[in-house]
Design a protein around this ligand. Sequence first.
Ligand code: HEM
Length: 316
Amino acid sequence: MNLAHLHLLLNHFPTIGMMVGLVVLIMAIAAKSDDLKRASLVIFFFIALLSIPTFATGTAAQLALARTPEVSTAMIQTHETAALVALGVMELTGALAWLALWQYRRLSRLPQATLMAVLLLGLATFGLMTRAANIGGEIRHPEIRTSPNLSGATVESAPAKPPLARVIGDGMANLKWGWPASETVHFIGLSLLLGVVLLVDLRMLGFMKGIPFSTLHRLLPWGVLGFGVNVVTGILFFIGAPQDFYVTNTVFIWKLALILVAGANALYFTVFEQAWVLGAGDTPPMAAKVAAASGILMWVGVIFCGQMLPFFGHSF
Ligand code: HEM
């Protein structure tokens, strides 16, 4: 199995996952059930995480098809742009879903405005993901080709103007300041994220016992902001590099996998009661200690893999 196989497996999750999340959210609103609403928010958050490797493995599929004469690069680039737009809105939906979960802890209720924003963005994401997935299917299935810019497309045909993802990708590669500026912002995001992770996780391991968890909980949005900044700049690096820069590098695959589990680990401190009830002087339960220790290890792993990209493989 290679990463192209993984793309063909993962590409169903963003559309089907969003549909499941939306059905659960709409049922929850109708039933006025906060538990169901929170379940739907967790689904959105997970699908937002899973959409990142779905996007990245697409480039591996593109690479695998590079020497397949019946497949058009132009079609793949149209699919890439549709996927990039859908991914952007998906990540925003995931971030807002997380914010609603965070607000639930502070206010003991889910604010209507955040929930409505998640619903609207979720519907938009579902539409955009379905469109991206449909164009993906059209790459190898001329019999279902209906997209205006692809119907009648041949292997040789090029799009009238370069698709957005390629304009941004080429900008990253050609602008002198594109890469250094993104690296700087990526580093600021990383510092924000790691700073919050260390404070929260060290308290959970039993250090700084005088601080109640509810005080550290206020810092979590800064950590998520750091993560969001790094997702955006990370995607810029990814689409700006030649196709084989990242996806052929095992360290990058490890980095992606660690981001997935570390992101899921961070949800523990937003969703579960155990951490929230920890007052000043309280000793954290064993589950919180395990979550905290594994969280630190995973984020250090993410940073290690990022730093090692130039040394393993041929990323730079
Ligand atoms: C969240 C993002 C993405 C989603 C939801 C998605 C979805 C899909 C879907 C549904 C298919 C059709 C699979 C089939 O025919 O059974 C597909 C195929 C494909 N996608 Fe994506 N895709 C995404 C991102 C990307 C990206 C960024 C690229 C790279 C430029 C890409 C490249 C490809 C290629 C080359 C195929 C054809 C694979 C083959 O038939 O062997 N995808 N995608």
